[in-house]
Ligand binder design. Sequence first.
Ligand code: R2B
Length: 360
Amino acid sequence: MGDKCEANMHKNVCDLKAMVNAQNKRIDELIRFIKEGSKTDIPQEMTWCTCNLNPYLECLNPDILYHLNLDTKTTDFPKVFGDVRFVCLGGTGARMEKFANFIISEIGLKLSMAVELRNISADGHRYALFKVGPVLCASHGIGGPSISIVLHELIKLVHHAKCQDPIFFRMGTCGGIGVEPGTLVITSQPLDGQLRPVYEVVVHTQPQLRPALLDQALAKELIALSNPCEDGYDTILGKTLCANDFYEGQSRLDGAFCGYNPQKKMCFLQQISQMGVVNMEMESTAFAALTNQAGIRAAVICVAIINRMEGDQINSPECVLKDFDQRAQILIARYMRKVLFKCDENNVETCHCDDAPGCP
Ligand code: R2B
């Protein structure tokens, strides 16, 4: 390793230490926010800045994004991915392929781009990745570890590609807490299983708590784009409990094991509901923490497929679940049209969108 690289690294390690101290301060602020509820605003600092990233990245030549089956030697990142404005993640490859096809027509891409739709990461055999114009669509699997891996690589991808202020979305399904199935939930604050607004990463045996913060302005913009009367369903903003498990971690009574009774379960659900938790899923803290660390604006939008106050098993018919699945996609497409074509569909006056399909 050259002297210059070593000196750079030393400086970057100092910067990183300063960043960790700043993050610890922010975690204290956040814990205060959670205790005081909505009396205070969530502290916000959002700027996409590659200076927050791993200082050792610059010394990698090539950088291999192993799980996405991409590397900086054989792919010209700025050329292939430089135009990416939105990175959308969802659990399965099938959902993301469907979303990629949907977005083609929603943002009016030419047919030739649709013909070229292919899973860029197919040979990695882990995640799916599709690119449709300025939109990247990636699958993330289930849980924090799975989404964390793909996010590390997607953040490096947008960094190597020199993307300008990319916005990240996670779309998915969730259990509603006192919320009717079909309701679209936008997360204001993800909480971990201990109800902390953080994502815990164990580094060298030591737990590090990373602030799990999402962009509040983006969440509000998304809510403003919903239209309950026309949509036929509600879109709400609330806290999300992010569990590390689908069964006991979410107080279900239908797992292979269960060490509590129905009263304990209901008591827990009531407790989190009173704290403002409206849904449960399994990726939001990791997603919020990693995007926040990179200074990337991000939002989590999940459709409730069950009201957990009423049961544990998901027994809605396939066609109902399919309809639910589209709801986050529709809202994200509206947001993209607004950004790409300066088109606010709830406010015809501000619409300058000759090319925009479906705009008034
Ligand atoms: C919602 O659904 C999945 C579990 O079935 C998980 O990814 C989540 O967050």
